[in-house]
Design a protein around this ligand. Sequence first.
Ligand code: GLN
Length: 504
Amino acid sequence: MELYYYPAYQLHQRLVKKEIKAEEICRSVFNRVSQVEDKIKAFITLTYEQALAQAKKVDEKIARHEKISPLAGIPVAIKDNICTEGLKTTCASRILENFIPPYNATVINLLNQVDAIIIGKTNLDEFAMGSSTENSAFFTTANPWDLERVPGGSSGGSAAAVAAGETILALGSDTGGSIRQPAAFCGVLGLKPTYGLVSRFGLVAFASSLDQIGPFARNATDLAWLLNVISGHDPLDSTSRPEAPPDYTDFLVNNVRGLRVGVPREYMIEGIDVQVKQVINQALAKLTALGAVVEEVSLLHSKYALPTYYLIAPAEASSNLARYDGVRYGFRADNAVDMIDMFKKTRSQGFGEEVKRRIMLGTYALSAGYYDAYYLKALKVRTLIKQDFEKAFSTFDVLVSPVTPTPAFKIGEKTGDPLQMYMSDICTLAINLAGIPGLSIPAGFVNGLPVGMQLLGKPFSEGTLLQVAYTFEQNTGFHLKKPALKVVSGQEAGQASSLVPEDQ
Ligand code: GLN
């Protein structure tokens, strides 16, 4: 196997044994990028020179017999809404097209401290609003399993890069499903941590009460390693939890005996593809065979999650995005007659259609006269949704559901109908409203496309979710399948059809 497809924990072992160099890992990943990136388009920015220089420093440490951290020399791709000092952070928006942050997000400082290698910034839906990366102002990322399909979103670039071997690990952000849904579509693991576990400092805010940064990986062990690095208290984020998190690798145990698994009825009803349901049912049968006790449970207010989310998230977004006024950041429109005209022109030209739709929705929901009827009502329903989960977790250790109603859809299939696009997050939105952790793991395939299983737990039970993921992985192996990208000979380089996925 090529180094770019190795698990991080194995690369670490080989680094420590001096079998390979960090520089080789770095080169392997960038070679892979040069092979497939013209078709996948996962990255907005690549950092070849800096990455290589950092890798060499890790090699020097090893040569000096210094102890290295578990993620030292391991390539990580970063969603382009996470601030990186001196490195463009665009949020895939024209309005931040040339924005170079003067500081690092806390997660970036944490990665630097352990000598992880940041290899680039990945594509997303503009300001993380979307489910397909089609709302990126720059380009759409392709799904490595089928280049005509979306990788999911909004962290589609990160998920696609991990799936295609263009990186070993990645970070994304999840406000309503943006880590879990692309992880499911791309056949990798993605975790939305409990609200407060990972610092949001330096994450460009979309909806501050819902946003969380989280890891992508190709196996549960790597996911735990990355979570170990990025989790923990940060005085710069007032919503960050003061208690120290556990060592997540302690939970990598192959055992689910006696685990109480609840299956929310509302997540397995109409609207969910029959074949997706079959995959989840087979996975549940596997967990049962391994000793888990699986039962149905009801989350009564599930059907309100989508309208509640689409009031709260746009309301917060309309306030968060007020700062992009042509004065403080990036883009400013020309030819304005006065200041108000400059604001108007800058925002009309700088934001894409979906972002403007959200700002209008949110401003409306917050406006005097509608505040009680929409925003305040949504907050009350949010509490009911949270209470549904609390009740379920008084009986169950984890809940299991599909991540998405269907496997990855075709590029262009849903762009004309925002509601259809919103529906693709029907299984993930409530989790952010409740603030609980959600983990997407590869659970099977439908017509050659990956299907994700969502594991949910009570607040700060990431360890339990990782234990289930690890056990499932050890006893199945869906996570080991790779999209077979191949170059068709005779095609001209740069042609969209020159790379096609092979059959499984
Ligand atoms: N797809 C959802 C939205 O468009 C969730 C996005 C996210 O989690 N960032 O808002």
